[in-house]
Design a binder for this molecule. Sequence first.
Ligand SMILES: Cc1cc2nc3c(=O)[nH]c(=O)nc-3n(C[C@H](O)[C@H](O)[C@H](O)COP(=O)(O)OP(=O)(O)OC[C@H]3O[C@@H](n4cnc5c(N)ncnc54)[C@H](O)[C@@H]3O)c2cc1C
Length: 234
Amino acid sequence: MSAKSELFGKRVEVLDKGWIELQDMMGDDISIVNAARVSFLGESKGDDKDKKLLFYLLRHRHTSPFEQVEMKFRVRAPVLVWWQWARHRTWHYNAQSGRYTPFKEDDFYVPTIWRKQSKDNKQASEGVIDPAEADALTAEMLKHFDEGFALYERALAAGVAKEQARLFLPGFAVYYTWVVKTDVHNLMHFLSLRTASDAQEEIRVYAQAIYDHFFKPALPWTAEAFEKYVLRRE
Ligand SMILES: Cc1cc2nc3c(=O)[nH]c(=O)nc-3n(C[C@H](O)[C@H](O)[C@H](O)COP(=O)(O)OP(=O)(O)OC[C@H]3O[C@@H](n4cnc5c(N)ncnc54)[C@H](O)[C@@H]3O)c2cc1C
């Protein structure tokens, strides 16, 4: 088993200025097995039997033992990611407040590519636009951000409260830092939806980073069972 403590505080860069850190974690693969075995007032019976039981639990949707393990992350992501992430009601959230903390000039997400609107899915994208047009759009975006930020600073200098001055900022692109926590049952639900090909790329890279850098190393048996029974639906 991987030492969980090695993962604490590890920062994984996501998008142009975002990141994820694992702040805390309660439990591991064995905690799931032990939670299930309380039915018989028993505990771990060695690696082979424990792993087999964990796989049995997920295959048969006996999901409550997976709620006994929790993970807490500190995440920096643009509003367009939070807009989607916050729909997951089984997570617990605390967010940076633009009413308390002023924004900085580089607090905005600038995509490295511009994806094309999908032809057959109204909410999806496919391929990328012409590179020359992409460069021109990025230049316009940076100009727009500079102008918005200058107006934000002007409003603050005029004595406007931070809670209102932020109306000048480019809303969907603003980076916010949140602390988010959930249990492994609901984290798997989030990961299955948000790593899927129909999820928006910007949230997909956060979900994939959680899976690759934290979930899989911290919960290797659960990850193996998740890939087998949830992602591949065996
Ligand atoms: C590709 C994609 C496109 C989307 N497009 C849109 C869109 O266009 N518009 C839009 O509004 N949303 C959209 N969503 C958001 C989606 O509808 C869900 O709100 C979001 O994915 C959270 O899923 P969830 O409710 O299953 O998760 P959670 O809120 O974490 O809940 C997990 C599970 O708990 C149960 N649960 C939680 N709360 C309740 C409750 N109050 N009552 C009953 N059961 C509950 C449900 O079984 C639920 O599946 C989209 C999501 C995806 C992945």
